[in-house]
Design a protein around this ligand. Structure first.
Ligand code: KIV
Length: 266
């Protein structure tokens, strides 16, 4: 089974074959998603929201990310594993950014890293790529800037912001990024960006014209009730299924129905 590489992703874009990406944070889910044939597993800093119980992604640390990325990498045979650089792991200096990006490959077994932002992080992206590390960009809604953005609403709604986003995308391509996440922007703009760059765009809440799609796995499995964005289609209701299984187990233990003979050693 061939591993997914950056050149395979580029080839998929040129052939018009859609790229699939989901988030993963642990060995078990990563192995299930990899078996299903997912192309990219993103160990998102959304781990802070969905697994660690924070209100936003800002408290997530490099140690958290290395721990979760290593677990995901151990579960994968084919998918490309990308580690999300957490807030303040790449903003302070180029050398810190390179060293932290390197940790994802050296200590966690990732293939590349993702960082948020446009022109402001282009030099950082270049420096990381020059160190031999594939970089995925992230434009539109960038949750690490939540306090600057003032909320999780639709981004780049007016023409000036749309032009700025297209220019950011071109800059990240020039910086050497191998792909771009486009989050929560109008579909028409996502289409313009997708046509303006030769690297694959992967949309979340960015419509159907992107070269690929990504969703946060606990959202699409119906497991995370705290935040249910419009774009997060639910493909299962695992939250309900887990609740119902746990209720049945509790009832059977309380009523001494479980364990029965078939689960016991006489
Ligand atoms: O943190 C995350 O899960 C992400 C994906 C939505 C791309 O950035």
């Amino acid at each position: 089974m061939d591993k997914v590489t950056t050149s395979i992703l580029k080839e998929m874009k040129s052939k018009g074959e859609k790229i699939t990406m989901l988030t993963a944070y642990d060995y078990l889910m990563a192995s299930l998603l990899d078996e299903a044939g997912i192309d990219i597993l993103m160990v998102g800093d959304s781990v802070g929201n969905v697994f660690l119980g924070y209100d936003n992604t800002l408290p997530v640390t490099m140690e958290d990310m290395i721990h979760h990325t290593a677990a995901v990498a151990r579960g994968v045979k084919r998918a490309m594993v990308i580690g999300d650089m957490p807030f303040m792991s790449y903003q302070a200096s180029l050398s810190e950014a390179i060293r932290n990006a390197g940790r994802f490959l050296k200590e966690a077994g990732a293939v590349g890293v993702k960082l948020e932002g446009g022109a402001a992080v282009a030099d950082t992206a270049t420096a990381i790529v020059k160190s031999g590390i594939p970089v995925m960009g992230h434009l539109g809604l960038t949750p690490q800037s939540i306090h600057l953005l003032g909320g999780y609403g639709l981004q780049a709604k007016d023409e000036a912001q749309a032009e700025m986003l297209i220019s950011d995308a071109r800059m990240l391509e020039e910086a050497g990024c191998f792909s771009l996440v486009l989050e929560k922007i109008p579909s028409k703009l996502a289409r313009q960006v997708t046509e303006a760059v030769s690297i694959p765009t992967i949309g979340i809440g960015a419509g159907k014209y992107c070269d690929g799609q990504v969703l946060v796995t606990p959202d699409m499995l119906g497991m995370f009730k705290k935040f249910t964005p419009k774009f997060a289609k639910q493909y299962a209701q695992l939250g309900k299924a887990i609740n119902s299984a746990a209720s049945s187990y509790i009832k059977e233990v309380k009523t001494q129905k479980f364990p029965g003979k078939e689960h016991s050693f006489e």
